[in-house]
Ligand binder design. Structure first.
Ligand code: FES
Length: 133
C-alpha cells in the first residue's frame, strides 16, 4: 500500500484513494471548501516527492487559471489534493488548513470518487488542448 506523508505525519492508504481524504485521515484539517470539485484550490498541497504525472482536466485548468501551475520539473509542484488519486508514495506540505485560514470548518464532505470527471491526462496533452483553444 502507498504511504502518504503530509506535514511529517504518515499513513498507508489503498491505491486509488483521493489524496485529500488520505490527508484528512492523518488528522490534518486540510481545506476543501468546494467539496472536492476543483473550484476553490483550498485543498492545495506542495508535493515534495511522488507527484503523479497526470492531471484531471479540471485540476490542470484550475491551477493554470489561478497561477498555481508549476513549471515542468519544478521541485515542489502545487497540486489540488481533491483531484489526485494516490498511486504511490507521496510526501507533501499542506498549504491551507482550517487553523491557518480561520475557517469554521474545512468545507463540505468530499466523496470517494473524483468529480467533476475521473479521466486523467498527461501534461503535454492538456497543454496542447489549451494551446488549441
Ligand atoms: S479545489 Fe476545492 S476542494 Fe479541491
Amino acid at each position: 500500500m502507498p504511504t502518504i506523508t503530509a506535514d511529517g505525519r504518515s499513513i498507508e492508504v489503498d491505491a486509488g484513494t483521493r489524496l485529500v481524504l488520505a490527508i484528512e485521515a492523518l488528522g490534518i484539517d486540510i481545506g476543501h471548501r468546494c467539496g472536492g470539485k476543483a473550484r476553490c484550490t483550498t485543498c492545495r498541497v506542495a508535493v515534495e516527492a511522488g507527484a503523479p504525472a497526470t492531471y484531471t482536466r479540471a485540476e490542470f485548468l484550475k491551477l493554470q487559471g489561478a497561477g498555481l501551475l508549476a513549471p515542468e520539473g519544478a521541485a515542489e509542484p502545487v497540486r489540488l489534493s481533491c483531484q489526485v488519486l494516490v498511486e504511490g508514495d507521496m510526501t507533501m506540505r499542506v498549504l491551507k488548513t482550517k487553523q491557518t485560514e480561520g475557517w469554521p470548518d474545512t468545507g463540505p464532505e468530499v466523496g470517494a470518487d473524483l468529480v467533476p470527471e475521473v479521466e486523467r491526462f498527461d501534461r503535454a496533452t492538456l497543454e496542447a488542448e489549451v494551446a488549441a483553444g
